[in-house]
Ligand binder design. Structure first.
Ligand code: FAD
Length: 908
């Protein structure tokens, strides 16, 4: 507590923090400990304003007080997002126990017909650890499994259960869970269930319409708790980060108006959708009362609800007017309740919030009751010229139509498997060698496609063709070349789902990972197109009269691109598009493990208008073809992404075989041995899920993947316990089925390699988790190893598989030492809430990409340019402002512009 206060408030002006500073005079020792205790007590007291107790028993007193005041209650267990099934089961058990507690406590309470006294509010995110829109059907099914006994128990004791509404990404799951569970025989005629509906969502009116149609068909009423929505900041920020249209209204006035419209809708249909109006805003309350009056709904047929600890004067007023009022009462420990507490603090302090305006700013009554303002009409977006670069939006699997499109694309591509693909040399089909047969790693007997392989002679022909084509291509206007990339981006966009499906089959990626790769490929086309335009105009250097210095770029010539399989479209697209737009010609050799995806890249570029010979598609088996081309005299540069071993061999060979154009340029992105440090004060919910995504996403087959997690001693045991439980539950299976988070490794050799490392882990340390995996296919379950000897290869070498080594560190210095003890410097991460630790790790962790309090994979073009140093790379960051220059030769032309004393710049 002391350290955090000091770190967070250190830079504030002294007068703002005087009381704190006085409190902490002396800093450490007795005064510090005392101050820390005082502060902690204060924080707990604030929390107690909104949280009735750590347990139902502790909440007994506040409960009795509320009942004494003539209020009803609904109880909620604090805690959102379960990381493991053990945690989810724990929450389900607590809801059952809470039901029993309420049944015992409230049995004497008089019962209103529509609203039983025993009332439970449930958050579905706490009930299933793999709740995820990608895993949609399974999420609905499993949440229902957990909810069914709770509904049953509540029904038995004559109570009421309400589903809270959480993030917009879970809205449809919540609605589906609610309606399909209540359609089950045992609940069909049960009227005592409800669901929260958020008025800040743009879709709410449509959802209410569907809910009403369903309730009419079911024939029994349900309750709708109308709220505005508590995740406005989260929704707005997440949507802007992912490039999605925001699901929530942009202004408070729109939310307030929608709240009133929805309230009127509920009262107009109160026979089937019983209104529970949840707001503290006097205008919103009044509007609901008027709507009730207009629809002639009697007060016993609806109720008002407000949050425990908020807006007491408003509550008293509502009660004085004779309306039934229910308090929403959360119980549970403070740490799991932190998110709830933060939402309440945000609401109480929000500039636009009703509570602050009423009780802090003491706004005029008239203004508080005024009609919510509408936003000014949006200005027409300007359409002129090229739009600035923006990342392609991420896939939103919470949308049913998007899931349907993905499913359809999977089936379409399934129907196109086992096709034949040619090589492309100067626009002609080629490939005289035996074809490269690409199989589905999840079902190796399934052939994805056979791609013709080129012979050495054909490769030499391709070099010659590229040299011929390059001259004309390099002479075209940069804007013309950029336009080809912009068209390629559009074509890839129009085929986005299909391209995603090809990756699912050929490289074993799940839907989200595969789609992210396609989106990144689109980004590379767009970004490098923009970059070329930026670099196209010659720059004038210096400002000396009589002298003109122009700095500009020309293409390098012809290059070979040797691409990996793990980002089969994106990395290939980046490595081809950058030299291409810079005016070079390339020979593109896809990985022999993902040649069909490589073919699609060339197909897109061909359609976009790349002239024959400028991009040649030259698949081949093994490394032989690549080695030959790297040494070829007609090659001016090499772009490579892959292992350190091959990268270094390429650099050596290129240096030893200068070509017609002189010394060859090598751009090589190699491996990583990436570490995440988990600080003693880290948010473990965030750290455990971030480490899992970083280590096991795409089975750990990313050069950015986390392969070591270094945990500070104070939280080591807690972190390990939660990590182990969550990893043991990771689902692994064929990625065409979106239920599975993990799929297969890329081939038998990769599987063998992972097995060898796991054996080493068994020898050098302790296997904490060894997850199961399907028998058919190149699967390996997730593995967590701890207590490794410091010289174990698991701590030094790149595994490229689902193996995570955990290291315990006594302090941050040791953690950094351990993280830096590797030849690589690619990605790294830190989970910490300490500004000092964040600053130190930012300085001292030797990596190209450092991620703080988030997973360490998934770099975005233009926003998080990607690449490392040491043995991780000898190039500039992909997707960054230095990348294109690697394929360009800078030149300066200096002209003496003075003619016998006449200097143009000095005239006028
Ligand atoms: P006001 O101050 O009038 O409104 C604040 C609300 O306006 C914000 O919460 C937000 O929704 C909206 N808002 C603020 N700024 C903007 C903006 N710039 N643009 C658009 N909209 C904006 N919330 C849930 O999400 N799920 C639940 O299940 C849930 N259950 C609840 C149960 C009860 C009994 C109560 C009382 C509230 C519940 N809430 C729930 C919280 C609720 O959504 C509101 O956050 C809270 O009640 C504050 O709204 P208000 O009308 O009281 O106050």
């Amino acid at each position: 507590v002391m350290a955090h206060i000091d770190e967070y408030f250190r830079d504030l002006p002294a007068e703002a923090t005087l009381p704190l500073r006085a409190l902490f005079a002396g800093g450490k020792g007795v005064s510090g400990a005392l101050a820390a205790r005082l502060l902690t007590r204060n924080i707990v007291a604030i929390a107690r304003t909104f949280i009735a107790g750590e347990s139902p028993e502790e909440a007994r007193k506040p409960l009795q007080a509320l009942i004494g005041e003539g209020r009803s209650v609904t109880f909620d267990i604090l805690g959102e997002t379960a990381l493991s099934e053990k945690e989810a089961q724990g929450y389900a058990g607590q809801y059952l126990a809470l039901t029993d507690f309420l049944a015992a406590e409230l049995k004497a309470l008089p019962r209103r017909q529509r609203f039983p006294g025993i009332n439970l509010s449930v958050k579905i995110s706490s009930l299933y650890s793999r709740l995820d829109p990608m895993n949609y059907d399974d999420s609905v099914l499993q949440v229902k499994e957990r909810l069914r006994p709770i509904f049953r128990r509540v029904k038995e004791v004559g109570g009421f259960v309400n589903l809270d509404m959480e993030m917009a990404s879970q809205k449809n799951i919540t609605l589906d869970v609610f309606t399909s569970l209540l359609d089950e025989e045992e609940f069909r005629s049960w009227p005592h269930a409800g669901i929260a509906i958020q008025a800040y969502l743009r879709e709410t009116e449509a959802d209410l319409g569907r809910l009403l149609a369903w309730a009419r068909q079911r024939g029994t009423s349900v309750t709708v708790r109308l709220v505005k929505g508590a995740y406005w900041e989260y929704e707005s920020v997440t949507a802007s980060q992912k490039g999605w249209p925001s699901p929530v209204f942009a202004t408070k006035g729109e939310t307030d108006r929608n709240f009133e419209r929805c309230a009127a809708f509920l009262f107009a249909n109160a026979d089937r959708l019983v209104p529970a109006i949840a707001t503290h805003n006097v205008r919103s309350l009044a509007a609901a009362m008027v709507a009730a009056e207009r629809a002639d709904v009697a007060a016993e047929n609806y109720e008002f609800q407000m949050l425990y600890g908020m807006a007491e004067p408003v509550k008293h007023a509502v009660q004085r007017l004779g309306f039934p009022l229910r308090d929403y009462v959360p119980v549970g420990p403070l740490i799991p309740g932190m998110a709830y507490l933060v939402r309440r603090l945000l609401e109480n302090t929000s500039n636009e919030g009703f509570l602050r305006r009423t009780f802090v700013e003491r706004a005029e009554k008239v203004s508080l009751l005024a009609e919510p303002p509408l936003p000014p009409p949006a200005a027409e977006p300007k359409q002129e010229g090229l739009a600035p670069f923006a990342n392609e939006p991420a896939l939103d699997l919470s949308r049913p139509e998007v899931r349907e499109e993905c499913r359809a694309a999977i089936e379409t591509v399934r129907g196109k498997l086992d096709g034949r693909y040619p090589a492309l040399i100067a626009g002609r089909e080629g490939g005289r060698e035996a074809a490269v047969v690409s199989v589905n790693p999840a079902r190796p007997s399934e052939v994805v496609g056979s791609v013709a392989a080129v012979s050495r002679e054909e490769a030499a022909e391709a070099v010659a063709a590229a040299r011929r084509a390059q001259a004309a291509w390099g002479g075209r206007e940069p804007a013309e070349r950029a336009a080809v990339l912009f068209r390629a981006a559009d074509i890839a966009r129009s085929r986005r789902r299909e391209l995603m499906a090809w990756q699912v089959f050929e490289t074993g990626k799940n839907w989200l990972e595969a789609d992210a790769d396609v989106a990144e490929a689109i980004d590379y086309f767009d970004y490098y197109g923009h970059e070329m335009l930026r670099l196209a105009a010659p720059q004038r250097l210096g400002d000396i009269p009589g002298e003109l210095n122009l700095y500009h770029y020309r293409p390098r010539g012809v290059g070979v691109v040797i691409a990996p399989w793990n980002f089969p479209l994106a990395i290939s697209a980046g490595m081809v598009a950058a030299p291409l737009v810079a005016g070079n010609a390339v020979l593109y050799k896809p990985s022999s493990l993902s040649p069909v995806n490589g073919w699609h890249l060339c197909d897109i570029l061909r359609e976009a208008g790349v002239p024959d010979g400028v991009v040649n598609f030259i698949p081949g088996r093994g490394g032989e073809l690549g080695t030959y081309l790297v040494g070829h005299e007609g090659i001016d540069f090499v772009a490579f992404t892959g292992s350190r071993e091959v990268g270094l061999a390429i650099a050596a060979r290129a240096a030893a075989t200068p070509g017609l154009g002189g010394v060859k340029k090598v751009v090589a992105e190699m491996g990583g041995k990436n570490a995440i440090i988990v600080d003693a004060d880290a948010d473990l919910d965030q750290a455990v899920s971030g480490v899992i995504r970083s280590a096991f996403g795409y089975q750990g087959q990313k050069c950015s993947a986390c392969s070591r997690v270094i945990v500070l001693a104070p939280c080591y045991e807690r972190f390990m316990a939660r990590l182990a439980e969550a990893v043991a539950e990771l689902q692994i299976g064929p990625p065409d089925d979106p239920t599975f988070f993990m799929g297969p490794l890329i081939d038998a050799a990769a599987l063998e390699k992972v097995r060898r490392y796991v054996e080493a882990g068994r020898r050098d340390g302790r296997i904490v988790v060894a997850g199961n995996a399907p028998a058919v296919g190149f699967y390996h379950g997730p593995v967590v190893v701890a207590d490794l000897a410091p010289d174990s290869p698991l701590l030094r070498e790149e595994v490229f598989g689902p193996v995570l080594a955990v290291v315990r560190a006594e302090d941050l210095g040791t953690a950094l030492e351990s993280a830096n003890a590797t030849d690589y410097a690619l990605t790294g991460g830190l989970y910490s809430r300490s500004p000092r630790a964040i600053a130190r790790v930012s300085n001292e962790l030797a990596v190209g990409n450092l991620y703080i309090n988030r997973p360490i994979t998934g770099a975005l073009v233009g926003r998080q340019p990607f690449g490392g140093f040491r043995y991780s790379g000898v190039g500039s960051k992909a997707g960054g402002p230095d990348y294109l220059q690697q394929f360009l030769l800078p030149r300066v032309v200096t002209e003496n512009t003075m003619r016998r004393g006449f200097t143009p710049e000095t005239v006028g």
